[in-house]
Ligand binder design. Structure first.
Ligand code: ADP
Length: 626
């Protein structure tokens, strides 16, 4: 019989499995059982709408048959089975096996990630078997087929008798090596423990013959060898169990079993509600972003069940976008099984559940902020961006839900702080919540515009992500305190006296300022004396809604309109340079022009903007030096 070749990617993955670097070889059983359970689900769904199929729950089960003599382990199911074509398509091509979509940049070396993120499923059998035989008969078909493979060299398919619809997977278990014990996968106690560990919540019975020695009735030391078929799993879905029966490990295992993520979630919520909104749910807040989280390929959603049957694998309407990172399952018996996606969207019950879920997630995150700061910060590191996008995208409509979850780095605390913590620490005379935007904490630390604010003893929030300032502008205020950028032209920091003083001085130097403005016309909106500068001669600040940081970010976005900040040049009257400038204004026009140009360009540089004419700038410096 002709051998067929695996597709290239399948071969690669198979190779990975055979020479598995993955230490938990035991998960092969979980993968095969989960496939078997899916296959039974499929027949179950069909039976719901197709009257010619009778679904008698006793007929549907998974059975394990270890055999030490032949070194085989059979995993038998009474699911929907596979036709010849399906055997070929599903088992010969990894790309067909649902989830695995190999990306060029994807590192094949890291088996853990692959299993964790995609669930390689069937091929994991090759971690423990040197030959795998699959005998299957599809629903509605009268003949069976046998698929067989010893790994990378390819596979064969031929007709084969099979009495019932369903699939039987025969693993020819590898021989023990010095490092690896494969014999254990033929031991009843080991298989039972693996089912308990990984597949306890599978909805169908997982059966196995158990050999036991039992005391003869009425005897003291005479035993019978008995064989009894037992059900190994409890079959109750975890979300229907009571919280008191479950440990953190149970939840974490469920998380990885479901392939929700390969990290360890920072929190889980187990919700059981009665009353007007009835549902059970287990929700997880992950710690790490899935690799595609911040791409358009990412799909949010929760698994949705009704009466023990999954009606949607990713129901997006259950989560607001800003909580799209939440994974988990929801079951509500109030939803009809045959409801269509479109109808579901407008379902009142579903909307109530979604609202309830949103509030619970928010409460849990707030709880983490208070009681497990470290975990919250780890979470925020991954998903803070999403919360900030949420604030911005809704134009503030979701402000109430999000503002208390935001954190920014604080100049005085030297760590991430919440807005409420900031406001609680505000000085008596402080009017605003001050922030500074820049590309890094280091950069902001050195910003001239922060000097005076810092000097007043006011705390400054550092905005280092591109979305930050946009989100803050949408928020506008928090607990009636308005946000104020240290780079805003009206930083609003001087006392009345200081203001008066500045006005008088500005009046005195009006001619100088007018001349500078004339020289820099078209580049800046205004020139003013600065009260916020201490050790630096000049800085740029902005008037209006668009800040200089925002201008920089907008410039990097493809196709965005050319929006620029209205820049104001501020000059520090107590800096020695100012005296020199004044002197030049009075006595040496050429020098005054030179100084004006240099100061303006210095201000640009300090903002992280580029000088307009580097050659002229450099020549001007030479002129001064020479
Ligand atoms: P996945 O389960 O992620 O789709 P697998 O490699 O485990 O990937 O399986 C590939 C496909 O083979 C499945 O999607 C399913 O269609 C089919 N399959 C696997 N095992 C069975 C089974 N026991 N009964 C019926 N179909 C199966």
């Amino acid at each position: 019989m002709a051998k067929k070749q695996f597709k290239a990617e399948s071969k690669q993955l198979l190779n990975l499995m055979i020479h598995s670097i993955y230490t938990h070889k035991e998960i092969f059983l979980r993968e095969l059982i989960s496939n078997a359970s899916d296959a039974i689900d499929k027949i179950y769904y069909k039976a719901l709408t197709d009257e010619s199929i009778s679904f008698n729950s006793a007929d549907y089960y998974i059975r394990l048959e270890p055999n030490k003599a032949s070194r085989t382990l059979r995993v038998i199911d009474t699911g929907i089975g596979m036709t010849k074509e399906e055997l070929e398509d599903n088992l010969g091509t990894i790309a067909k096996s649902g989830s695995l979509n190999f990306k060029k940049e994807y590192e094949l070396k890291d088996g853990y990630d692959i299993i964790g993120q995609f669930g390689v499923g069937f091929y994991s059998a090759f971690m423990v078997a040197d030959k795998v035989t699959v005998i299957s008969r599809a629903l509605g078909s009268h003949e069976g087929y046998k698929w067989e493979s010893e790994g990378e060299s390819g596979y064969t398919i031929e007709p084969c008798a099979k009495e019932n619809v369903g699939t039987e997977i025969v693993l020819h278990i590898k021989s023990n090596t010095e490092e690896e014990n494969y014999d254990e996968f033929l031991e009843e106690y080991r298989l039972r423990a693996l089912v308990k560990k990984y597949s306890d919540f599978i909805r169908y019975p997982i059966k196995m013959d158990i050999h036991e020695r039992r005391l003869k009735e009425g005897e003291k030391d005479e035993y019978d060898d008995v064989v009894e078929e037992q059900i190994l799993n409890s079959m109750v879905p975890i979300w229907r169990k009571n919280k008191s029966e479950l440990t953190d490990e149970d939840y974490e295992r469920f998380y990885s079993e479901k392939h929700f993520g390969f990290d360890k979630p920072v929190a889980h919520l187990h919700i059981k509600t009665e009353g007007s909104v009835r549902y059970n749910a287990i929700l997880f807040i992950p710690e790490k972003t899935p690799f595609d989280f911040y791409t358009k390929d990412f799909e949010k959603g929760l698994e949705l069940y009704s009466s023990g049957v999954m009606i949607m694998s990713k129901c997006p309407d259950l989560l607001p976008d800003y909580f799209s990172f939440v994974r988990g399952i929801v079951e509500s018996d109030d939803l009809s099984l045959n409801i269509s996606r479109e109808l579901l969207q407008h379902n009142r019950q579903l909307k109530l559940i979604a609202k309830n879920i949103k509030n619970k997630i928010k409460a849990e995150l707030e709880n983490l902020i208070k009681n497990d700061r470290e975990k919250y910060e780890a979470f925020y590191q991954s998903f803070g961006r999403q919360l900030k996008f949420g604030t911005y995208n809704s134009f503030g409509a979701d402000k109430e839900d999000l503002q208390d979850l935001l954190m920014f780095y604080s100049s005085s605390e030297k760590k991430m702080v919440t807005l409420s913590e900031y406001v609680a620490r505000m000085k008596e005379d402080q009017k605003h919540i001050y922030y500074a935007a820049g590309e890094s904490i280091d950069r902001i630390d050195k910003m001239p515009q922060t000097e005076m604010v810092r000097d007043k003893g006011y705390e400054i929030l550092y905005l280092t992500e591109d979305v930050d300032e946009f989100a803050i502008q949408v928020l506008m205020s928090y607990k009636e305190k308005t946000f104020k950028s240290v780079s805003a032209s009206d930083v609003d920091i001087e006392t009345d006296e200081e203001k008066k003083q500045a006005e008088t001085q500005a009046q005195d130097d009006k001619a100088l300022f007018d001349k500078m403005k004339e020289l820099l016309s078209g580049k800046i909106k205004d020139i003013r004396l600065s009260k916020r500068l201490k050790s630096h001669p000049v800085c740029l600040v902005s008037d209006g809604a668009v800040s200089i940081e925002m201008e920089k970010i907008l410039k990097t976005m493809p196709g965005s309109p050319n929006i620029t900040a209205e820049k104001v040049l501020e000059i520090n009257p107590s800096h020695s340079v100012y005296a020199a400038l004044k002197n030049a204004f009075e006595h040496d026009e050429e020098k005054f022009k030179l100084f004006t140009d240099l100061l303006y360009n210095q201000a640009l540089l300090m903002e992280g903007l580029s000088v307009e004419d580097p050659l002229a700038f450099s020549n001007n410096i030479c002129k001064l030096m020479g």
